[in-house]
Design a protein around this ligand. Structure first.
Ligand code: SF4
Ligand code: SF4
Length: 195
């Protein structure tokens, strides 16, 4: 079976936060049975834009990297979770919103810090790749739909993006671009709206 992959071009990310906001719109106050319980309004960042600044004023470079659950192959979270977590045949990792109740120990199982603890529901939670939408036939996630810059590009044969392929993982592609040679910009020249 083909697997879902997400490729993020971090060089195109402007930190506009629309992908993160679209995840909140999808999950805050909404329960998707078998996929995710409601995300808290405050404290969770299922899609989290990391920021790295290099250089010294007036010559600085700021790079942004959208991060979220990597939906790892051989993921340690389902391995530790027993029936509370599973890796689906299409590559999506799910932490079961019913079976994982009380399993705070799962938070520490993620080496990337992408499992969030919901204190009110006593539940570990991740960004579930919008599995409930893909299962309905969607071909892109909410974050991809919202991204105005092409950092989460639409599927094409050459760029991949989120599509049913068996290519590289989001983690690998993001990491490569994150290590790219820095481009020094003056503070004046890079002053532009994030959106
Ligand atoms: S929660 Fe962490 S370990 Fe589990 S699949 Fe996501 S990134 Fe991998
Ligand atoms: S929507 Fe696109 S440009 Fe905006 S923060 Fe997310 S990945 Fe970056």
């Amino acid at each position: 079976m083909k697997k879902w992959n997400m490729i993020i071009d971090v060089a195109e990310c402007t930190n506009c936060q629309l992908c993160a906001l679209s995840a909140m719109d999808e999950y805050v106050g909404n329960a998707w049975p078998g996929v995710a319980a409601p995300m808290p309004r405050h404290g969770h960042q299922w899609i989290d834009i990391k920021q790295k600044e290099r250089g010294q004023a007036p010559m600085i470079d700021i790079a942004y990297a959208p991060t979220m659950c990597n939906h790892c192959d051989n993921a340690p979270c389902p391995a530790k979770g027993g029936d509370a977590g599973k890796k689906r045949a299409d590559g999506i990792v799910i932490i079961d919103p019913d079976k994982a109740k009380g399993r705070k120990d799962l938070v520490e199982s993620c080496p990337y810090g992408h499992i969030w603890w919901n204190e009110e529901l006593q539940l570990p939670q991740i960004w579930p790749f919008d599995a409930h939408l893909l299962d309905q036939g969607w071909q892109q996630t909410r974050g991809q739909q919202a991204c105005p810059t092409g950092a989460i590009p639409r599927p094409t044969p050459s760029r991949g993006s989120i599509t049913a392929t068996s290519g590289a993982t989001a983690k690998a592609s993001s990491a490569a671009a994150w290590r790219r040679k820095p481009t020094a910009l003056s503070t004046a020249s890079r002053a532009r709206p994030c959106a």
